[in-house]
Design a protein around this ligand. Structure first.
Ligand code: SAM
Length: 216
């Protein structure tokens, strides 16, 4: 892993606290379908969710028998995730949530699955550095799954999202900077998803999906 010493912009905490503070629940509470489909065939082990938000993916994994950890910079989101896990009868060992900035957080543990679901922001974040950290925490034989928005939704004017970066499969692999002898690339592609736009009309979203496995 490269040694860079950026930290996240100091107002990142404020941005995400403000984001989560605007409503009682920001995301759907449902698991990311790509994640659910992708890990369905993997044996449960230890999982780690980078930017877990309100915890839907981590809680879904815990309910599937994974010893699941989620990390997010927003204490408000983490608190919601903890409450949701408790409401589902999950112990802290089954679903563990940590409120930390991933550009500073470290762990000596290794995980069978590390996920990043829409780890994106409307401002510059040290994404490559954080993705490399995610990869460094994958155990031998373990997997990393990164799912991100590949483009602005069709119903949003692109100038409204000018501050957003939309990763491509190639840019994700470049950010990860994997040692090719140590990893197998299982998927690196853009996939379309059918959704309804805010007016209820059919629309599509594009996700960039990168799924890799550490060999040793
Ligand atoms: C677009 S949301 C996605 C949330 C969730 N994974 C999902 O799919 O619904 C991005 C999340 O990353 C978190 N985040 C952004 N920068 C972070 C950082 N440096 N360390 C930890 N979490 C961060 C935000 O608080 C936010 O919850």
């Amino acid at each position: 892993m490269h040694e860079h010493h950026h930290t996240t912009a100091p107002d990142a905490v404020a941005f995400w606290e403000d984001h989560y503070g605007q409503s009682e629940r920001v995301w759907s509470g449902k698991v990311n379908k790509v994640l659910a489909d992708t890990v369905a065939d993997l044996p449960a082990g230890k999982s780690l969710d980078f930017g877990c938000g309100e915890g839907a993916d981590t809680i879904w994994l815990a309910n599937k028998g994974w010893q699941a950890t989620g990390v997010d910079i927003s204490a408000t989101a983490v608190e919601r995730a903890r409450t949701a896990a408790k409401e589902q009868g999950l112990s802290e060992k089954e679903a563990n949530f940590i409120a930390e900035d991933l550009s500073e957080w470290h762990s000596d543990e290794r995980f069978d699955l590390v996920t990043l679901s829409f780890f994106q922001a409307p401002f510059e974040i040290p994404r490559a550095e954080i993705m490399q950290k995610a990869a460094s925490l994958v155990a031998p034989g373990g997997h990393l799954l990164a799912v991100s928005h590949a483009a602005a939704p069709s119903w949003v004017a692109s100038e409204q999202m000018a501050q957003h970066r939309f990763p491509t499969p190639d840019s994700e692999l470049e950010s990860l900077d994997l040692d090719s002898s140590g990893w197998t690339i299982l998927r690196a592609e853009i996939v379309e998803r059918e959704v309804s736009d805010p007016d209820g009309n059919p629309a599509t979203l594009e996700d960039t999906i990168v799924f890799v496995q550490r060999r040793n």
